[in-house]
Design a protein around this ligand. Structure first.
Ligand SMILES: NC(=O)c1ccc[n+]([C@@H]2O[C@H](COP(=O)([O-])OP(=O)(O)OC[C@H]3O[C@@H](n4cnc5c(N)ncnc54)[C@H](OP(=O)(O)O)[C@@H]3O)[C@@H](O)[C@H]2O)c1
Length: 268
């Protein structure tokens, strides 16, 4: 099952394209000749990337600034895409953020906002765009999850729970879409040096986690796009992350919870 071929009337809609993994996935798709629709809050960053991609690859690159945590902004996004006359044949649900700290002492509004972006917005966009993909008999969704999807993480409980939601939703819809010409792929990176690290308040990990645990942003983006092109259900870039993911999923919680709790404290 390959990615839909590039065409003048279709686009790859990428959320969180103003930085990090989303920007790099946009570059990867641009290199493959796909027109892109770049979405995030920072319009200027999106414009710069759009100019880079249309200059380097002669692809159509649209920019829509939107706060995806707001339902009305998502309606406005969908209306703008329709006005462009573009069909979303590839959807990259990547926008998201993390945190660090125990739930009992956390900022309540921040964790609720995290669920609205990491889960609600992602679900909304997938539910908006997959029916037309199924009708056309072609389409691909990449939902950016994390190795945090594979086990609960004391110290970042809400973030890990949002990513467990993303993985579960994606795996189930991958099965639902079988035979429809449409795929859903969960991209599950381990630690990647992007703005995410400081925004999540886990900057200490850059010193505390040995280099072997980090994956380059280009490798993550390429892995996600290549995995979707092969119709894969789950992509975990990096051997160490694949081993960690399997261990996290299959070990008894009574062993993993204290281990992961200690690891998170030491790493961050
Ligand atoms: N970096 C890691 O270690 C890591 C590991 C595993 C998974 N991930 C996941 O990978 C995804 C991308 O993360 P990243 O590392 O590339 O982080 P990043 O560099 O901080 O990028 C996050 C992107 O999301 C956008 N965004 C944030 N809030 C938004 C909102 N309310 N509305 C619209 N866009 C919003 C940001 O743009 P604006 O600020 O311009 O809106 C930015 O483009 C996230 O889902 C993250 O959970 C990251």
């Amino acid at each position: 099952m390959a990615l839909p071929p590039p065409s003048k009337s279709s686009t790859a809609l990428i959320t969180g394209a103003s930085a990090g993994i989303g920007a790099e996935i946009a570059r990867e798709l641009g290199r493959r000749g796909h027109g892109v629709t770049l979405v995030a809050r920072r319009r200027e960053r999106l414009r710069e990337l759009a100019a880079e991609l249309s200059g380097a690859h002669r692809v159509r690159a649209e920019v829509i600034a939107a706060d995806l945590a707001e339902p009305a902004e998502r309606d406005r996004l969908a209306a703008a895409v329709e006005e462009f006359g573009l069909a979303v044949e590839i959807l990259i649900n990547n926008a998201g953020f993390g945190d660090s700290g125990e739930l009992a002492s956390t900022d309540r509004e921040r964790v609720v906002a995290m669920v609205r972006l990491n889960c609600e917005a992602l679900l909304d966009l997938q539910a908006r765009y997959t029916p037309a993909m199924v009708e056309r008999g072609r389409g691909a969704v990449i939902n950016v999850a994390s190795t945090a999807s594979f086990q609960p993480i004391p110290g970042t409980a809400t973030y890990a729970a949002t990513k467990a939601f993303v993985l579960s939703l994606t795996e189930a819809t991958h099965a639902e879409l079988a035979g429809a010409g449409v795929t859903a792929t969960a991209l599950c990176p381990g630690p990647v040096k992007t703005e995410f690290v400081d925004l999540a308040g886990v900057g200490g990990a850059e010193e505390n986690l040995p280099g072997v645990f980090w994956t380059g942003v280009e490798e993550v983006a390429r892995g996600g796009v290549e995995g979707a092109d092969r119709g894969k259900r789950v992509v975990v870039p990096g051997l160490i992350n694949r081993v960690g993911g399997l261990t996290g999923q299959h070990s008894p919680r009574m062993l993993t919870l204290p281990f992961v709790k200690r690891l998170w404290r030491q790493a961050t």
